[in-house]
Design a protein around this ligand. Structure first.
Ligand code: ACO
Ligand code: ZN
Length: 226
């Protein structure tokens, strides 16, 4: 049975007949009418949400050769807050969050990474918190684990039991699927540490991640140890 299971998992990973859209990153079957329809709908909404037209006043907190990071605060002009919300919704959809549960929305700081094509390809929401749970070492993912097993396993390991002092809680971190592994999340987090508190620099210990996903955990573990 083990060999059979492995076969099924491999087939799933290769996604036979699946296409990845080079613009929105959606994986769908181009042969299926239903899939094509869903893609068309998602594609437009997604690109509308991440397109960044540029604002008269942008709070640029970091500049890079391939983009910049803009900070949006709750009292900013409507168009800025709206863009931050649009992108957060995309991230929430992908993360499977049904409901918005920021501990204090009026205090949340949203960091948007805008690339040189004027697309918002990264979003990080940071909040003031009193205490957090430190991300612990990642157990090795066993090859024959199903995704559900992994998630289950994962949750148990993901946080320590004792709360520790933390100042900045990262409640969302998201990078566009086609822009991952280019250090965008790392740069957003570095920027948070430099700009979250006026006149102060936060250590890695003063940052906590709320309920990280498997991707989030892999990233956070790497980030915290380096
Ligand atoms: N698998 C293994 N290692 C990873 C992964 C991964 N999926 N993602 C990041 N890392 C590690 C790597 O060591 C990486 O360095 P390398 O590329 O040189 O090997 C290092 O972390 C730095 O990665 P970045 O390039 O800075 O991370 P990226 O910009 O790709 O963003 C993120 C990471 C935000 C987790 C992205 O994968 C994502 O948006 N995933 C979907 C949404 C999600 O799960 N977000 C986290 C939710 S938890 C929360 O919001 C509190
Ligand atoms: Zn598309």
């Amino acid at each position: 049975a083990e060999a059979d299971d492995q076969l099924i998992i491999d087939a799933g990973q290769k996604q036979f007949g699946a296409t990845t859209c080079g613009s929105c990153g959606m994986i769908y079957s181009a042969d299926s009418l239903e899939d094509n329809f869903q893609h068309t709908q998602f594609h437009k909404r997604f690109l509308d949400s991440i397109t960044f037209v540029g604002w008269k006043k942008e709070r640029v907190v970091a500049d890079f050769w391939d983009g910049k990071i803009i900070l949006v605060l709750p009292d900013d002009p409507k168009y800025a807050v709206r863009k931050a919300e649009d992108v957060r919704q995309l991230a929430d959809n992908e993360l499977g969050f049904q409901q918005v549960s920021l501990s204090c929305p009026s205090q949340a700081k949203t960091y948007l990474f805008v690339n040189s094509d004027r697309m918002v390809v990264g979003c990080l929401i940071a909040e003031h918190i009193r205490q957090g749970f430190r991300v612990l070492e990642q157990p090795e993912q066993t090859k024959d684990m199903t995704k559900e097993d992994f998630m289950e396993h994962h949750r148990v390991w993901c946080c320590s039991i004792t709360p520790e002092k933390a100042i900045c809680g990262v409640s969302r971190i998201w990078v566009f699927s086609l822009a991952r592994r280019k250090g965008i999340a790392t740069r957003m987090l570095d920027t948070v540490r430099n700009s979250f508190m006026y006149g102060g620099h936060l250590t890695k210990e003063e940052i906590a991640f709320s309920d990280p996903t498997p991707d989030g955990k892999l990233f956070a573990t790497k980030y915290c140890e380096t």
